[in-house]
Design a binder for this molecule. Structure first.
Ligand SMILES: Cc1cc2nc3c(=O)[nH]c(=O)nc-3n(C[C@H](O)[C@H](O)[C@H](O)COP(=O)(O)OP(=O)(O)OC[C@H]3O[C@@H](n4cnc5c(N)ncnc54)[C@H](O)[C@@H]3O)c2cc1C
Length: 389
């Protein structure tokens, strides 16, 4: 069926790219708003990785099966077709999605497209292979768990990078969680004194998107816990046992590093507009300018935003809701006016307690560490995943 035929027949074919937070919320919201639509989802695996709980894997509080959520039952319930494969590009009008399935390339036709294929981590830093990047998912988190179990002492270095052209494409929160979580784990195991923990960052005040007070709190906490800082000097390269920065070098037996992010690799084979940081350019409605019924949500996009705007699952969910609303409006011939609020909500966990960092356009605060927030993060995980499982 051609695009014109399907529009005339009234059965809209909506394609969603990705199987992460943005994609899952998009299919749920689309189905509510467009009961008759033919919805398909393209991703390498029909699996959601629940990234926020990866920080508990090194302490063996979560396992692979807790992190990887099979989406097939949800897709069956929502009558969504799963198309396995990796998107490699788009046609000039974005109505054909090119997908690699093993060695074969197929083309998937759509009348409406929601892109939620996440960000891509910049791996330009020489020696990056010596670092473990937890953002890569469960395999990386398990490697951290196993390395920690084997180590009898030494220096563990924690850091995160940026994308200078895309200020929002930085993810510091999980690295602070890993740092404080591993500190706590080593204390619980009675071997913290055999380890040096070092936090390094090119900025003198790392994590400033979380707000001034949050940075003060984090630095004070590192000081209190005997965590050394190496701040204000950009890392130049990693080696097997050290980190070399603009200011010198220091030993590191295990390097845990979260690189800055850019947009999906397949973007180069598409006509979509890109931001200077390599993300898909979007409007406040999540629409991609210059294209009909094409929206981008989550880590793949670059949006008009305040300078502290985060790349978070929470934001991907809000954007996906706006995108689904606008998609339904487009097919109903109504104006596409749905937008979303910028909110930074980070329950920064420390294994047995947590702090809440909150920021929106009106206010910002950080709470003192408390056990209740740790349990709230666990409860939220259960509550969020229950309707998806
Ligand atoms: C360790 C860690 C902890 C975090 N903690 C939190 C937290 O506590 N709270 C919070 O709000 N956020 C948190 N985040 C951030 C959050 O996970 C991301 O912002 C969120 O995953 C973005 O959602 P997304 O849908 O844009 O992309 P993703 O969730 O990354 O999903 C992208 C999807 O696209 C698929 N894909 C990729 N390439 C292709 C392709 N070529 N073709 C088809 N499919 C493709 C992938 O397989 C994946 O299914 C954390 C992140 C990390 C790494």
């Amino acid at each position: 069926m051609s695009v014109a035929q399907s529009l005339v027949s009234g059965v809209a074919r909506i394609t969603v790219i990705g199987a992460g937070f943005g994609a899952v919320t998009a299919i749920r919201q689309l189905r509510q708003r467009m009961p008759q639509a033919k919805i398909s989802l393209i991703a390498p695996e029909p699996t959601l990785q629940y990234f926020p709980s990866l920080i508990w894997v090194p302490a063996k509080k979560r396992e692979r099966n807790d992190i990887l959520v099979d989406l097939r039952p949800l897709m069956q319930r929502l009558n969504v077709q799963f198309i396995p494969g990796r998107v490699t590009g788009l046609s000039e009008d974005a109505r054909q999605v090119q997908v690699m399935q093993g060695e074969a390339e197929i083309s998937v036709e759509n009348d409406g497209l929601i892109i939620a294929s996440g960000g891509r981590f910049l791996k330009k830093l020489p020696g990056i292979e010596h670092a473990i990047a937890v953002c890569e998912g469960i395999d990386a988190a398990e490697r951290i768990r196993d390395r920690l179990a084997r180590m009898t002492g030494g220096t563990i270095a924690f850091g995160f990078g940026t994308n200078p052209n895309e200020p929002s494409a930085v993810r510091g929160g999980p690295m602070f969680e890993l740092l404080f979580g591993i500190d706590r784990l080593l204390r619980q195991q009675g071997r913290r004194d055999q380890f040096q923990l070092v936090f390094f960052n090119g900025a003198t005040r790392p994590g400033n998107r979380l707000g001034e007070k949050a940075v003060d709190h984090l630095l004070a906490r590192m000081d209190k816990l005997g965590i050394r800082t190496e701040l204000g000097a950009k890392p130049l390269r990693f080696e097997a046992d050290k980190i070399v920065t603009e200011a010198g070098e220091f030993a590191a037996d295990l390097i845990l590093f979260m690189p800055g992010m850019t947009g999906p690799a397949w973007l180069a084979q598409s006509p979509l507009p890109t931001s200077s940081g390599g993300m898909i350019q979007a409007e406040a409605t999540t629409a991609v300018p210059g294209f009909d019924r094409v929206f981008v949500v989550g880590d793949s996009g670059s949006y008009p935003a305040p300078d502290w705007a985060p790349k978070q699952a929470h934001m991907a969910d809000l954007m996906a809701t706006a995108a689904a609303g606008n998609m339904a409006a487009a097919f109903a011939g109504q104006p596409q006016t749905a937008t979303f609020q910028w909110e930074l909500i980070c329950v920064m966990d420390m294994l047995d307690r947590a702090v809440l960092v909150f920021r929106n356009t009106r206010r910002q605060f950080i709470t003192p560490p408390c056990r209740l927030l740790h349990y709230a993060k666990r409860l939220f995980e259960w509550w969020y995943l229950r309707p998806i499982r």
